[in-house]
Write a protein that binds this ligand. Structure first.
Ligand SMILES: Nc1ncnc2c1ncn2[C@@H]1O[C@H](COP(=O)(O)OP(=O)(O)OP(=O)(O)O)[C@@H](O)[C@H]1O
Ligand SMILES: [Mg+2]
Length: 357
């Protein structure tokens, strides 16, 4: 990887609001052509980081570089970076084309150049047939795409998107997700996309940075984040997971020997262990198999079933009271245990991980 492949280099950025620290030394590198997502709960600093990249906030420490150059001296309008906000505020009295042309004209494009470019970007977002409409005559998803076209029009090097889909209903959001990802691929621009929706992050991103309380917890591909989370927070935040309290006997070369609540010894990859030698065994519900009681790694009592269409979720409990969720595919051959019966659980080797708090 050469430095020219890195579009944005965020280097140890600290951002304080008075006595409150919103970003505690955040570092990440976003590659050119990458769909990069910032994922984390409300208040973790996602918008603050985007606003710092865009230049609406000055950082207290650290640097942000665009293709190798520190952008601190550049005011927002001089940065080749554009933002699509959650509230995408189109001008209601202007047509779609006029909305897209407006910013271009203000930054000195001729009428002809701006009109040609507006045609091109409206084609890209598949709105050519709506060019003469006013925003009020468009659906939410179409308005969202006008906002996207407007942001792409000046050919930014980086596009920042702050929860741009949150105003849309689920079906529309799913459709726009696919389009957005396709547009990113076609334009080859680095997208930095903010969401607190883990499904959105997993389906769209090349890489994800998981954040909490102003810290980066983990950066990786969707598969890495889901399958090899580095701590309890990440495992818990991404998808559904079981976190069993276990006693750690030994850890050597990344493999832990632990004792399950059933008393069974169990060997698994260890990501992190608490300093007091305790840890949590993280097991995804779809990586567990049912077997007769006594025949698996631990026995559980079935408490309830939840029908999810494609899957069936079993809520079960270990003898010491801990909950375990098991997901079974809703296939014709799936045999469901009765409520209140005791069954064995086999944890898929390698699919469980020992994690610190
Ligand atoms: N101008 C400000 N003055 C003081 N504190 C602020 C300011 N802006 C943000 N904060 C605080 O900084 C923290 C991070 O805010 P930020 O808006 O970046 O969160 P976020 O991750 O975007 O959350 P959300 O998902 O709710 O949009 C929050 O605790 C917030 O209250
Ligand atoms: Mg925000």
């Amino acid at each position: 990887m050469t430095s020219s492949d890195i579009a944005i280099d965020i280097d140890n950025v600290v951002k304080r609001y008075g006595a409150f620290t919103a970003l505690h030394g955040v570092s990440m590198q976003i590659h050119a052509n990458e769909f990069f997502t910032l994922l984390g709960p409300s208040g973790c600093g996602k918008t603050t980081l985007l606003r710092s990249i865009a230049g609406f906030e000055d950082v207290n420490e650290g640097a942000i570089r665009l293709y190798g150059n520190d952008i601190a001296p550049l005011p927002p309008h001089k940065r080749p970076i554009n933002t699509v906000f959650q509230q995408y505020a189109l001008f209601p009295h202007m047509t779609v084309t006029e909305n897209v042309m407006f910013g271009l004209r203000r930054s000195g494009w001729s009428r002809i150049e701006a009109a040609t470019r507006a045609d091109d970007v409206l084609k890209l977002v598949q709105l050519s047939n709506f060019a003469d409409r006013k925003p009020a005559q468009l659906s939410g998803g179409q308005q969202q795409r006008v906002a996207l076209a407007r942001a792409l029009a000046p050919r930014p090097k980086v596009l920042l998107l702050d929860e741009p889909l949150s105003a849309l209903d689920l079906k529309l959001r799913q459709a726009v997700r696919v389009e957005l990802k396709q547009i990113q691929r076609e334009t080859g621009i680095a997208f930095i996309f903010v969401t607190h929706d883990q499904e959105e992050a997993l389906t769209m991103s090349d890489r994800i940075a998981v954040m909490s309380s102003g810290h980066v917890q983990q950066i990786g591909t969707p598969r890495e984040i889901y399958e090899t989370p580095i701590n309890r927070f990440v495992a818990d935040f991404i998808g559904e997971t079981n976190l069993l309290n276990v006693t750690v006997q030994s850890v050597s070369e990344g493999t832990a020997q632990v004792i399950l609540p059933s008393g069974h010894p169990f060997s698994c990859p260890a990501a992190t262990v608490n300093s007091d030698g305790t840890g949590h065994l993280s097991v995804r519900p779809e990586r567990i198999e049912l077997c007769p009681a006594g025949g698996g790694d631990l026995d559980v009592k079935v408490e309830s079933q939840v029908y999810l269409g494609t899957d069936i979720q079993l809520h079960t409990r270990v003898a010491d009271g801990e909950k375990m969720i098991v997901r079974l595919q809703n296939a014709q051959s799936t045999i469901l245990p009765e409520i209140d019966t005791v069954v064995g659980l086999k944890i898929e080797a390698g699919a469980a991980r020992l994690l610190a708090d």
